[in-house]
Design a protein around this ligand. Structure first.
Ligand code: NDP
Ligand code: GUE
Length: 296
């Protein structure tokens, strides 16, 4: 039986609607407009696309969008100065520094210079530590979006076997923390994992965040499992540019119980969660009640 398609695009639209509702209320009742600043260093075309759609959706939700485009050869000192200025700007409630940064810049140093309360990516060491200890934090957008779709599909995730393929700080590790927080039995697989097919075959939930086009074939998927495909890979096929995930969709859809497509799955949820985190950060900064249903 073919899997149910988890429509991230439609789900993201409902999240954005909730966000817009909260924004409207913040404006009306408190006279506050949440603001999101995105910092882009260099000219990476893929990054520019994300930055543009983030900016557009931020404005559509009624928030202020600030974009800082810096040259690829910007010095660490100058970038730190931009972050510092945004940290001190009361109109900015969320700051995102687009990754990866050019090689001469120390990513950890830059990310950890962001005010943790404005760190809507949830990458600052304080937020990582808060998440790991089950305390209130800013939760990374991509894993948060995945968790929202999983909860929506399953209700409770308690006791399920989850395998996360990939151990990056921005997707794999925080995803594993969130699944653990929801009482899954979590395995984190990576490039040194022995017998990955067997590890994946045990999983009720598979989250693929590798960055290798269509690496996970359908016959690794347990019958009826839920597959969340984080991968965004541009490939050329039949002379056309195509976006594909880390999962071989055509074969996986025949085995899975539910699956997210690429495009239209995790990607749109990531941006919706970024907007959600910005509203959450704005409420916290102003000592207001947090929006319900938008946090982990
Ligand atoms: N939809 C969205 O919103 C987002 C999508 N992405 C996409 O998700 C994917 C992953 O991103 P990101 O986490 O940043 O990537 P990274 O390159 O930082 O991490 C990739 C991970 O995959 C592991 N890996 C690589 N090869 C294999 C293999 N053959 N078998 C098992 N594991 C392997 C690596 O293992 P090791 O640690 O051992 O090297 C590493 O942990 C990319 O396609 C990216 O574009 C990313 C962010 C947001
Ligand atoms: N500090 C930082 N935070 C990030 O969250 C971050 C980042 N850096 N660097 C790059 C990755 C990648 N990322 C995506 C977001 C949305 C889509 C998305 O909306 N994708 C659409 C398709 C878009 C298209 O067609 O190109 C989809 O999957 O349907 C994809 C990828 C966020 N990232």
């Amino acid at each position: 039986m073919a899997a149910q398609i988890i429509d991230g695009k439609a789900f993201a639209a409902t999240v954005r609607e909730k966000v817009a509702g909260h924004v409207a209320r913040l404006k009306e009742e408190n006279g506050i407009t949440p603001g999101l600043a995105v910092v882009l260093v260099g000219e990476d075309p893929a990054s520019q696309v994300y930055v543009r759609s983030k900016g557009k959706q931020t404005v559509e939700a009624g928030m202020n969008s600030y974009e800082h485009k810096l040259d690829a050869d910007t010095s660490e000192e100058d970038l730190l100065a931009v972050v510092n200025q945004l940290n001190n700007d009361p109109n900015v409630h969320g700051i995102l520094v687009q990754l990866p940064l050019p090689g001469h810049l120390n990513e950890d140093l830059i990310i950890n210079s962001i005010d943790p309360a404005k760190d809507v990516d949830g990458f600052h060491i304080s937020n990582v530590g808060l998440l790991g200890t089950g305390q209130k934090s800013m939760v990374p957008c991509t894993p948060l979006g995945c968790l929202m779709m999983l909860r929506d599909h399953h209700g409770s995730l308690s006791g399920m076997d989850a395998v996360v393929i990939g151990r990056s700080n921005i997707v794999g590790k925080p995803m594993a923390q969130l699944l653990l927080g929801d009482s899954c039995t979590v395995t984190i697989a990576h490039s040194r994992t022995k017998d990955l097919p067997d590890v994946v075959r045990r999983a009720d939930i598979v989250v693929a965040a590798v960055g290798r086009p269509e690496m996970v074939p359908g016959d690794w998927i347990k019958e009826g499992a839920t597959v969340i495909d984080v991968g965004i890979n541009r490939i050329e096929r039949d002379g056309k540019n195509k976006l594909v995930g880390d999962v071989d969709y055509a074969s996986a859809v025949e085995r899975a119980g539910a699956i997210t497509p690429v495009p239209g799955g995790v990607g749109p949820m990531t941006i919706a969660c970024l907007l959600a985190n910005t509203v959450t950060a704005c409420c916290r900064a102003n000592g207001l009640a947090e929006p319900e249903g938008l946090t982990a």
